[in-house]
Design a protein around this ligand. Sequence first.
Ligand code: EPZ
Length: 416
Amino acid sequence: MDKIEIVGGVSLCGEISISGAKNAALPVMAASILGPGENIISNIPRLRDISTMGKLLAHLGMGYHQENGEAILQSEHISSIEAPYDFVKTMRASVLVLGPLLARMGEAKVSLPGGCAIGARPINLHIMGLKKMGAEITLCDGYIHAKAGKLKGATIYFDIPTVTGTENLMMAASIAEGVTVLENAACEPEIIDLANALISMGAEIQGAGTGIVKIKGVNNLRPLNYRIIPDRIETGTFLTAAAITGGNVEITNCDPSLAEAFINKLGETGTVITHGPDKISVKGPEQLKAEDIKTMPYPGFPTDMQAQFMALMTVAEGTSLITENIFENRFMHVAELRRMGADIRVEGSTATVKGVKSLKGAPVMATDLRASASLVIAGLAASGTTTIDRVYHIDRGYQNIEEKLKPLGAKIRRVT
Ligand code: EPZ
């Protein structure tokens, strides 16, 4: 099992380039099920989750390979309608094949994802929507078994704005009969990216990125040739690493407009941020100021940046209140940050972080993708050595994070 070892205390300086967005690439890969033929996705990040999705699509009978930053997906023939537990348990986003498979094949058998470290994460809203579109759904042996003739357009109201729920139903509706309206839909930029990919295939979609999305079903879609947006969470993660080390970093190949809430909040801590259309310059302050955050659906402060911001607040001047409103158990990083000397108290969905002078390196354990990113950030700022175990969590969402940080002066290495 790989570990990452960091000797902290270096101010990061230099330039770092952002990869394509994991949470846009995953639904767009699933959308290729709807476009029989050769689908090409560019700016695809090289991540464990992406290769897991590729293996799952190959299991369904599709051709899949990556070359020169592109994913090539041959979806002429689908020979299986089953997404087995082995894939779904390693990556919940496997559930994104449910909508497109059911729409194209009239049947889909997808393992229930089960819970994960950050919460129960049910998919009841995905199932509710597909039932409204005429699917018959039974649950047995831990699998969702969905059957439908031609799906019918329907008006679907989400009790909670669910990202992958909105994506699954947008894909299913794109070749259903009639009009589907998604109400209280999630508005994340990755949803707009998926809608743009589907529109490039011939889908008729309006309102993606707002709470009301209208999809007029068409008979069939052509293969896609689409470029994924930059990863706004990777962008936020490296902005935070520069801020906590008092560094001076240029972040390129990014889209600042996708991370406005985070950038504004980071600016309130005294971090100096300027940006153009596809780059951000960030300068960490002598002394960070504590700021409160509450995670909210987009365009609010993203839950996927909560752990990273908490690491930053552990060495800020003052006290920061961090409230997690999206997931019920997304404070797994607190115990690990405490091992490094952080002063954090959790009560219900709020963590109270009292800034300390500095953190001390220690052996810590990654528990989920973004918690592991917060431990890297803390390790970069801590005095002494931090060793992070279970590094496979990091590799799910960050393309060779140590190779991206080394050129900025970080003393970081992977220990196999
Ligand atoms: C997506 O997960 C992201 N994953 C997550 O990123 C992200 O944290 C999350 O959205 C919130 O922004 C991908 O896009 C692949 P939700 P998703 O459905 O779609 C509840 C990362 O770090 N809910 O928007 O699974 C749910 O329990 C990952 O890259 C239901 O109750 O999240 C949660 O409390 C982690 N029933 C809330 O809604 C449902 O049917 C939001 O979940 C669906 C969701």
